[in-house]
Design a protein around this ligand. Structure first.
Ligand code: GLU
Length: 491
């Protein structure tokens, strides 16, 4: 494709504003940029757009960096590691912005606008009442240098406006294809509050140029900013980068993804026990697919398969079931030791383990539940009974087609059989064959049902032999004894 052959060494960026925690949408935009850069041997740059002093916070910046790193998207240049085009905090670049603001003003491509908020509002209301496109009237565009200087001297407040020429702006978007805007509808835009406080459309153009960004991949919500940015690039004689606007992420009801649909902050998914492999795989599919049936992709496989021109033009639905399915898949790929390591913080938080807990036992427990959990945070609830037997009603021990006396006999018989097993022989297969030995006298419900309840306190659990193996001989016998006593005492 034409666009891609132009770009031998793409330089792309993710330019988050640290005004909130890393949003899933930003993570997805970052990923598409990252994949594009890595596929074509380019560079992925992190620029922190922290010019909004009131809303930008360090903790948000840290969260964004931590999230990107967690997903494995390591940037080639950025505020923490520097790079050829530092600084990478937008707030530290105001001298560069000022230089180009002055250039535009000197070349009469921008001007000071002294209109008050009241005047602007009155004009907007008038345009609306006439059903005309709402845009700035151009009132201050005609002020000459002397008038402007006098007003500034007299203390009148002003902003800097860029002269938008009324012409058609056309470009080929990597995702959306040909796009055209009528800049005549835009009107002169404010590009800076003053020389030290540039606004987004202007600052982004200067920084992209100075950082040699040649491809801008970002959210569709910025599409309407692109013609403004192209006009500024033209006015300053900058190279116009390629653009690709990524579709919005939608909730299951097809409205824009918001907190209403669940967590939107990436790190909340980490806390909830989603694995970065699953998250990356899932996020890549929000608006892109490889065009075949393959669903499991590592980051490297995504780099190989990704094609920006195949990103969907319309919104991508966030489907949590799909994420859960992928996460379950990646959980099952972990070694037992690896998985139990990942589960430790959840087990600790639930008060089930501490530094004295036998690691081998934790590994065994986690292994039993490995196929059942969809996210790591489920591990505590699902394995709790291994660590401490929950309370249960004695009646629960009685298999519904049996009675108290038979169940007591069966529990005592199985207990005797288990006691006959040596500690070292206490394997799942041996336990199972011992339990099966009781089937000569009892039905399988009479053997397995009370054993399950005695060991887990629950109606549904992994098989009793599996649990007994994990608990070990001593604890198994202890729990069976307890069940026998409980049942004897019941009426
Ligand atoms: N700071 C802007 C944002 O977070 C960046 C937009 C862009 O990529 O140009 O939305």
């Amino acid at each position: 494709m034409k666009q891609i052959t132009i770009l031998k060494n793409p330089r792309v960026r993710i330019a988050p504003s640290p005004t909130g925690f890393l949003h899933i949408g930003t993570a997805r935009t970052a990923l598409f940029n990252y994949l594009f850069a890595k596929k074509y041997g380019g560079k992925f740059i992190l620029r922190v757009e922290d010019t909004d002093k009131e809303r930008s916070e360090k903790r948000f910046e840290e969260d964004i960096m931590e999230g990107l790193k967690w997903l494995g998207m390591i940037w080639d240049e950025g505020p923490d590691i520097g790079g050829q085009f530092a600084p990478y905090h937008q707030s530290e670049r105001s001298e560069r912005h000022r230089f180009f603001l002055e250039k535009l003003l000197n070349e009469n491509k921008a001007y000071h606008c002294f209109c008050t908020p009241e005047e602007l509002e009155a004009h907007r209301n008038y345009m609306a009442s006439q059903s005309l496109p709402i845009k700035y009237s151009g009132k201050c565009a005609g002020l000459d240098k002397k008038e402007t200087e006098e007003k500034i001297r007299s203390g009148a407040k002003s902003v800097i406006r860029f002269k938008v020429s009324a012409k058609k702006i056309a470009f080929i978007d990597l995702i959306k294809g040909p796009v055209e805007f009528d800049a005549g509808l835009i009107g002169d835009i404010v590009i800076a509050k003053n020389f030290d406080e540039s606004l987004y459309n202007f600052a982004v153009v200067v920084d992209d140029e100075e950082m040699r960004i040649n491809c801008v991949i970002r959210g569709e919500d910025h599409l309407s900013n692109t013609p403004k940015q192209i006009l500024i690039q033209e006015a300053l004689g900058f190279k116009i980068p390629l653009y690709g606007h990524v579709p919005l992420i939608l909730g299951s009801d097809r409205s824009k993804l918001s907190k209403r649909h669940g967590a939107t902050s990436l790190m909340e998914y980490k806390k909830d026990g989603y694995l970065p492999e699953a998250m990356i795989n899932f996020i890549a599919f929000l608006g892109w697919n490889p065009g075949d049936e393959k669903e499991i992709f590592s980051l490297q496989e995504l780099i190989d398969a990704f094609d920006i021109t195949q990103v969907s033009k319309s919104g991508a639905i966030f489907n949590i079931q799909k994420l859960n399915w992928l996460n379950g898949y990646y959980i099952r790929q972990k070694t037992n030791a690896g998985l139990s390591g990942l589960c430790m913080s959840y087990l600790k938080e639930a008060g089930l383990v501490d530094e004295h807990t036998d690691q081998e036992m934790v590994e065994k427990i986690v292994a039993v539940e490995k196929d059942r959990i969809k996210k790591l945070s489920e591990i505590a609830g699902i394995t709790e009974f291994f660590f401490k037997l929950p309370g249960y009603q004695a009646e629960l021990l009685i298999w519904k087609k049996s009675n108290k006396e038979t169940i007591l006999d069966s529990l005592m018989a199985t207990k005797n059989l288990l006691e006959g097993l040596d500690e070292k022989e206490f394997s799942e297969i041996r336990i199972k064959s011992v339990l099966d030995g009781a089937l000569i006298k009892f039905s399988s419900g009479e053997v397995y049902w009370p054993m399950r309840v005695a060991l887990s306190g629950k109606e549904a659990s992994p098989g009793p032999a599996e649990i007994a193996f994990v608990l070990g001989k001593q604890e198994t016998i202890r729990r069976v004894d307890y069940a026998i006593e409980k049942l004897k005492l019941s009426h």
